[in-house]
Design a binder for this molecule. Sequence first.
Ligand code: HEC
Length: 203
Amino acid sequence: MRTTDGSRCLPVRRLSLAACVAVLAACTTAPPASPDMAWVAQARSVATAVPPKLVSVLQEEIARSGHEGAVQACSDKAPAMAREASAASGWNVKRVSLRNRNPQAVPDAWERAVLEDFDRRAAARVPPAQLERAEVVFENGKPIQRYMRALPVVELCTNCHGTPDRIAPAVAARIKTLYPQDRGTGYGLGDIRGAITLRRPAS
Ligand code: HEC
């Protein structure tokens, strides 16, 4: 069992209580937070509020200027909405992906491990709404509250993140111009496109 990663510290259902205590004591980070802790509920409410707002902005933009025009809108507005949510909530809010389009959307080590876990659980047919992770992680000795929630691919997303046959040539061209290093295509329905990720100091 790895002890440097708190997320690995709780496959303890089959262990005795004493063994659990020993396992927890060996962890260098806190175990995954209980889903009903107050800070987790706060993070969850921010994380669940932002994506539907972004989807309605996208839908308006698609109606106004087609998917091609909406690529530009997504490029400008999605990061701006994350910044607004950060300012309003006190959490640092952004989106990340294992195959990022936005060069800023690269996950750090903790986020990467969580995204890989989301992919495994999605493949095992866990409903995307249940794919979240909350944990207090120590960075330079300081406790940081971290929360992630999966962003699953629905029909709308495939116009810009799907397999090549799903993406209109004009949309593909626009994406290539704005994001020459794009890795954010090839997704199918139900795949995990990435996650919304939140962090703030614990104290
Ligand atoms: C009109 C095209 C378009 C549609 C539709 C679209 N996206 Fe995106 N997506 C983009 C663009 C452009 C970016 C890069 C700019 C940014 O950071 O938002 C992006 C970035 C992202 C990111 C940030 C990580 C990364 O790879 O850069 C996630 C996560 C994401 N999209 C998920 C989704 C999901 C889930 C849907 C469907 C609900 C969706 N997108 C629909 C164009 C689109």
